[in-house]
Design a protein around this ligand. Structure first.
Ligand code: ADP
Length: 198
């Protein structure tokens, strides 16, 4: 086929082609909060709920990022920044292929989240603050990490010996000290729906 005679075929598919095929607008739903605040639980519930409603979303979290593309990085300030840069670049690729991403990363500083927002694009970045008190997160201690951090076995642990800066003006705040899992997922689903509906 002579591509010059077929202008429609002379370039890669565009974002809008993917979005129309998937009947959705792609966004990065960026969950930030302390370890144990509920990011992963909410992300997984949201993915399922979106799926049931006909949306296509990928969850990006420590499990699939830290063990793969970022397995050569530690938790120092410099490496955290590089980790977020890689995640943001990956997220951008997903979003430009029409796929919604649900990102669960502590992403502790405003500077780090702002870097992610700049890379992904302001329009596509929905910052969600998964709010829970340190006290509550420590009580939950899902992976036993707080105990280790208190004993000094883990260094630079957010909330213990590394700071967490809450977002100033998030798209949405979900307070998991107050809401149960189901209500948290529903709250997030209902708020993002107008953003992802084509
Ligand atoms: P994170 O990914 O932020 O480290 P996880 O989702 O792994 O946190 O763990 C959160 C823990 O808190 C889970 O054990 C979950 O059952 C519990 N939890 C209690 N209330 C909520 C809520 N409203 N939303 C999410 N998780 C909650």
């Amino acid at each position: 086929m002579n591509l010059e005679l077929h202008p429609t075929f002379d370039r890669l598919l565009k974002r809008i082609d993917f979005e129309q095929k998937l009947s959705q607008q792609a966004k990065a739903i960026w969950l930030t909060g302390l370890s144990g605040s509920g990011k992963t639980t909410i992300a997984q519930g949201l993915q399922k709920k979106l799926w049931d409603a006909g949306f296509f979303a990928q969850v990006l979290d420590g499990d699939n990022i830290r063990t793969g593309i970022s397995n050569n990085l530690d938790f120092s300030e410099k490496d955290r920044q590089e980790n977020i840069r890689r995640i943001a670049e990956l997220t951008k690729l997903f979003v430009h292929t029409g796929i919604i991403t649900i990102n669960c990363f502590i992403s502790p500083t405003r500077a780090i989240r702002s870097q992610a927002k700049e890379i992904i694009g302001r329009e596509d970045f929905l910052e969600i603050y998964i709010k829970a008190s340190l006290d509550q997160c420590e009580k939950r201690d899902v992976k036993g990490l707080y105990k280790k951090a208190r004993k000094g076995e883990i260094k630079n642990f957010t909330g213990i010996d590394s700071m967490y800066e809450a977002p100033n003006n998030p798209f949405l705040t979900i307070d998991t000290d107050q809401l149960n899992v189901e209500n948290s997922i529903n709250k997030l689903f209902n708020s993002i729906l107008p953003q992802i509906n084509l």
